[in-house]
Design a protein around this ligand. Structure first.
Ligand SMILES: Nc1nc2c(c(=O)[nH]1)N[C@H]1C(S)=C(S)[C@@H](COP(=O)(O)O)O[C@H]1N2
Ligand SMILES: [Mo]
Length: 417
């Protein structure tokens, strides 16, 4: 069954039941719906302030994160605040989001990172390596966008189950390690006819359950190996446990879940993993249907951009010149251009790309200076990738709320005073 992108208008079904999560989220749709429903902006702000729960404290394993930069959804899901990305292109490690499908392993595994072992299978000469051995083989550094496939799920009006991420389940990170290609060549090449590269996470699995139902093991098409890295360093520091230390698989251009943390096995396989996270999890399922292996897996990312300033969370914007800024990436390819609209997508202006280009898998920062009189605006942005593909207006509806790159869903309502 073909799934059509819905070029959705504002979700008016929210009119009757203004939902606090959506208001706090500050999506244009929610704000518009709420003001249509008869709230004044200040009354709404008051209602939000008086009912907002105290922020959850940082879990111990990420106690070193910057608390004011993070939204703690749960011990295993922490989001970067829109206003905390900064303008340095690279996302500082202490502000980068966290997503764990299982609790992180014990910190003892990073006490001696060089001693961590990974086994490489599905090559002519399979063998295991310590991180120390890998460091003697090769060195490559790549900047990539790490983005959870659920980033933007909180902007789906039908509220799919799962963490209601806004834009902060993503970051741009510099990774260093050994190219998977180098390793594979050294081991005599990929075994005949093996179509997938499968990575297995090093978590300790809970007792008494089928390991397949909980383990983090993901397969990607074998060609993804070309640009993949086994990384021991991020943003110039040894890979912290929370982000996958001692060793992490980086699959540039692919959604977060394919970037296996604390990787203990890298295998070239004839079939995709039979772990639930691969077979039924992270599938683009038609609305109302469950995940199954016939549906597309969450692999390559599409073009996406969003605005980081002005942000609803930083309050009303002083009138006059405003530097509208944000980030944009192509997914599997670089950025050609970014357009910004201050009238909800009726008219667009080309933004300027700011700062160095860190390669096709990194994001670009953009800015558009505009003169704004006092009033209410809906600001939006849309990227066109290097192959000429423009970020879509609508989202692709799916049960899990994955891959939301709709520019309309990401539009923001702002007030200029
Ligand atoms: N071993 C392992 N790898 C994993 C996960 C996990 O739970 N275990 N979560 C995946 C998901 S869903 C995402 S979005 C990213 C999150 O990376 P981060 O926590 O470093 O931001 O890691 C991926 N790799
Ligand atoms: Mo994710």
């Amino acid at each position: 069954m073909p799934m059509l992108r819905k070029e959705n208008p504002l979700p008016l079904e929210q009119l009757g039941s203004p939902n606090r999560r959506h208001m706090l989220a500050g999506g244009a749709a929610a704000l518009t719906a709420a003001s249509l429903a008869g709230f004044t902006r200040s009354a709404m702000a008051q209602a939000v302030a008086s009912t907002a729960p105290a922020p959850k404290p940082l879990p111990a394993y990420v106690s070193w994160k910057k608390p004011e930069a993070m939204i703690v959804h749960s011990a295993n899901t922490l989001e970067t605040k829109r206003s905390a990305f900064g303008t340095g292109i690279i996302t500082p490690t202490d502000r980068l989001y966290i997503r764990n499908n299982l609790p992180a392993p014990d910190a003892s595994i990073v006490a001696d990172s060089d001693a961590w072992e990974i086994v490489v299978e599905g090559v002519k000469n399979p063998r295991s390596f310590k991180v120390k051995d890998l460091k003697a083989l090769d060195l490559e550094t790549v900047a990539t966008v790490l983005q959870c496939s659920g980033n933007g799920r909180g902007l789906f009006p039908n509220k799919p189950s799962g963490t209601p991420w806004q834009v902060g389940a993503a970051g741009c990170v510099v990774w260093s390690g050994v190219r998977v290609r180098t390793l594979v060549e050294m081991l005599g090449g990929v075994g005949n006819g093996l179509k997938f590269m499968t990575g297995t996470g090093g978590e300790k699995l809970p007792e008494g359950v089928d390991p397949r139902s909980v383990m983090v093991e993901r397969s990607v098409p074998v060609m993804a190996m070309e640009d993949a890295l086994l990384a021991w360093e991020m943003n110039g520091e040894p890979m912290p446990l929370a982000h996958g230390g001692p060793l992490r698989l980086i699959v540039p251009g692919y959604a977060g879940v394919n970037n296996i943390k604390y990787i203990k096995r890298l295998a070239f396989t004839a079939e995709q993993s039979d772990a639930a996270i691969q077979t039924t999890g992270y599938r683009i399922s038609p609305p109302g249907q469950k995940g199954d292996p016939s549906q597309p897996s969450v692999w390559e990312m599409g073009p996406k951009s969003w605005i980081n300033y002005p942000a609803p969370e930083t309050g009303a914007v002083p009138s006059g010149m405003v530097q509208i800024q944000g980030v944009a990436f192509g997914g599997m390819t670089g950025v050609k251009s970014v357009e910004v609209s201050v009238d909800g997508g009726k008219t667009w202006k080309r933004a300027r790309l700011v700062g160095p280009d860190l390669g096709k898998y990194a994001w670009r920062q953009f800015v558009l200076p505009v003169k704004l009189e006092p009033g209410n605006y809906t600001i939006a942005c849309a990227v066109t990738d290097a192959r000429g593909k423009r970020q879509p207006e609508g989202r692709l509806e799916n049960t899990g709320g994955y891959n939301n790159n709709s520019w309309r869903d990401h539009a923001l309502a702002i007030t200029v005073v």
